[in-house]
Ligand binder design. Sequence first.
Ligand code: PRX
Length: 641
Amino acid sequence: MSSTIESLQSEERFFSAPSQFTNSAYIQDASFYSKASTDRLKFWADRASELKWSKKWNTVLTWERPFASWFEGGELNASVNCLDVHMETHRKHKAAIIWEGENGEVRTYTYTQLHREVCKFAYQLKHTFKVSKGDRVTLYMPMIPELAIAVLACARIGAVHSVVFGGFSAKSLKDRLLDSESKVLITADGGFRRGSSILLKDIVDEALAQRDTLVQSVIVVKHTQNDIGWIQGRDADYATIMANSKQQTEAEAMQSEDILFILYTSGTTGKPKGIIHTTGGYMTHAKYSAKAVFDLKDEDVYFCTADIGWITGHTYLVYGPLSNGATCLMYEGAPDYPNKDRFWELVEKHQVSILYTAPTAIRAFMKWGDAYPKAHDLSSLRLLGTVGEPINPEAWMWYYEHIGGKRCPIVDTWWQTETGGIMISNLVGIQDMKPGSAGLPLPGISAQVLDDTGDVVTEGGGLLSITEPWPSMLRGVWGDPQRFEDVYWSEFSTYFAGDGATVDKDGYFKILGRVDDVLNVAGHRIGTMEVESALVAYSDVAEAAVVGVVDEIKGQAIVAYVILKEGIEKTDSLKTRLFSHVSVEIGAIARPKLIVFTADLPKTRSGKIMRRILKAIANGEPVGDTTTLANPGIVEVLVGT
Ligand code: PRX
């Protein structure tokens, strides 16, 4: 890990939100920060009070590092807070979800309609499929409304949902089914992506072929209508079970610390971690942060482009906006299908006012050119957001000028699967924006940059840490409590985020990226070990080392250095087989950009692969000191490849 993390870019430009924006922003008063820091627990109790609790809590926080318990004694239900709370208000017939399929089909669900669908599906899960409180249910679905319905139906009956992104392979799905011990799997026949259908049900059948998971029932939404296999007694058709279903209007009263969901994410070992989030604290932060950061108003049409398979989709497409009664646009497909102006067409057609997307998408839009957004009326937009990876100032400026028309403020939001919600972001009603900087920790959140010894860096670079417990913090790693302590709590006495960051004289944080062996490819976290394990699982491969290289669009791309077993020929066709092997083992998102066959890898005398050196070679940078290597000669060979 680097002890001297420095940011080479110094950004002096500041931008302010227009006054009509700041005059109506939900948070305009800078004393919000001081109130939060003066009495942090009262601040969070006030935020929690904005939710509907069937029983009020006794204690705001019990903290025995690293175990937090928020709002103990309180009872609530997340689905009630997203749906039932709006039934007696003016939002009853307001659009909750406007969904557009890749083929242009549009479906709109009002809060009443969404409530009805969720209650029906919850009834089926509970009574037909015998799902009880605490049971795990895995969702492996395309971006269709039934995914949001299934998430909320699980929450309604107290089942723990585990959403697995639809781009993962049969093997990745199976690993997650085994780890979570799910007994019900909800899927679809397929999903549309760039005009063709992704055959999800086939992947499900492959994952379940050996019958070694605990899955007893597979509920299938027929969306693409492609031919699928059907196993009588195991598979159930969503439309049929919903046709005359009763409604589960009564919701399970969940203890504040009951688990709401698990979501798998990559770490530095080959095995993904099931990050645990509980109900009361997560919902408190989801509701508060969505309202504070996006300044969500009743009139807004809010478009979060993330898939529900990732944490951004959980918190800022489902729980955060719906608990605030917002209208969300949900889009199924790719941004460049059928043309590269699809997002701008969606913005114009649905009068989107808030757009939340990823830097990788912005860089692609930039590359495609401004003619695409220019061809559309984007005047409905009033606020823009980014998430998932550092945004370079050029991309920020492009977003600001060409999408926001220099009129829309931008929120650059730093957070993680583990943090549950946004931790660092400028609040546009109060602070000016600095391109490339996420800004200040939200009121109620304490973040600091620490040096290697854990001392606070007041201006300069170091490692990002969250220094006080927060309500939506992860509560553990599913089935692996030791990993929770080792990964997040052994570096410092406070939470170790795994990111390098700088803090400047104004207190603004700029996130520099991961300092561990986790890559960020197009905003997706991929552990180098996961890809290495997949490569080594291939019979011809003896050893593999994976590093990230800078990629203009994706931020980072994967380069794999591979040592083949004795006597195996280094052919292009083997490379092709290895590329597809990684896609099959993990999913297409983990497919390397480049595979380099090599006879050896740079190693220390104790046999540890020096990824730092490989990374420098792959990026065409100076390799630095190689004297600690057992085999320095390999460096020259690799530089020449
Ligand atoms: O490295 C940081 C980067 O994404 C990581 C978290 O990934 P994940 O758990 O998949 O969640 C992504 C969506 C919240 C972080 O450790 N990251 C996230 N947001 C930003 C970011 N890096 C820089 N700037 C951001 N705004």
